[in-house]
Write a protein that binds this ligand. Sequence first.
Ligand SMILES: [Zn+2]
Length: 248
Amino acid sequence: MTIRILNCAPMSPWLPRWHLGAPCLLVDTDRGLVLVDTGLGLHDYVTPAPMVRFFRLGFGIHDDPEHAAVRQLSRLGHGPEAARHIVMTHLHFDHAGGLPDFPHAQVHVHRREYEATLHPRSWIELGYDRSDFAHAPSWVLYDQPTEDWLGFQAIRLPFRPEVYLVPLFGHTRGHCGVAIQDGGAWVFQCADAIPTNAQFDLTPRWLNRLVIGPHVPKLRDWASRHPEVRLLAGHMRQSFFDAQGQPC
Ligand SMILES: [Zn+2]
C-alpha cells in the first residue's frame, strides 16, 4: 500500500512571500486508486471562473496546467479512469477544481458540504466554483458517524486500508479531515481546519476562528498525544513536497 503526495495547486503569495502547495493524496486501495482532494483542474487554467481568476492572482497560484492531478496521474502512467474514487475534505475551488477531469469517479463527501454548495450562506462559502460540479458528479454522501477513530467521531469509508471521514466543521459547513491507515501509523489530512504547514501557532487565534474554524486547540493537544499520526494541512510549504522525493 502506498500513499503518494501530489502538489496540485502550487502558489507563491506575495505577502508573506511563501512557496506553498496543496497536498492531494493518491492512495492504493482494494478498490483501486483513491484520490483525496483534487487541487485545481485543467479548466481552472484554461477557462477560469472570475472568482478563481481573482484568487489565482491574489495568491500567486502558478499558471501551469501540468500541476493538475489528471496530468500528474498521466505522468505516473494512469489515465483519468484509474481514479475511480475521490474523497473530498471540502469543496472549495482549490480542493475540488480537478473533479471535472475525473468525470467517472465516485465523489465521497459529507452531506453538509455538498448541501453548502447548493446554498452558500457565508463569505467563506463563496469559495465554491459551480463549474467544478457542472458535470454532475456521482456523489456518495455521508452524514452519520459510524465509529470512533482515535477519539474522534468518524465515518468509515468502504476502502482497505482503512479510510475515515472525520467531521471538522467550521472552515466550511461540512469540512472534514480524512484519515488513512498507513501500516501501523496514520496520515491525517486536516485540510483547512489547521494552519498552513500544520504549524499550530502560525496564525493568531482570531484569524483561526475567522477562517480555519474552532478545532485548532483540540487538534494541537490531540496531535501531541498521537505521534503515530502524521498531520497534513490543506496548504504545505514547498519544502514539504521537496522532502517527499516525488515529482510534482
Ligand atoms: Zn478551503
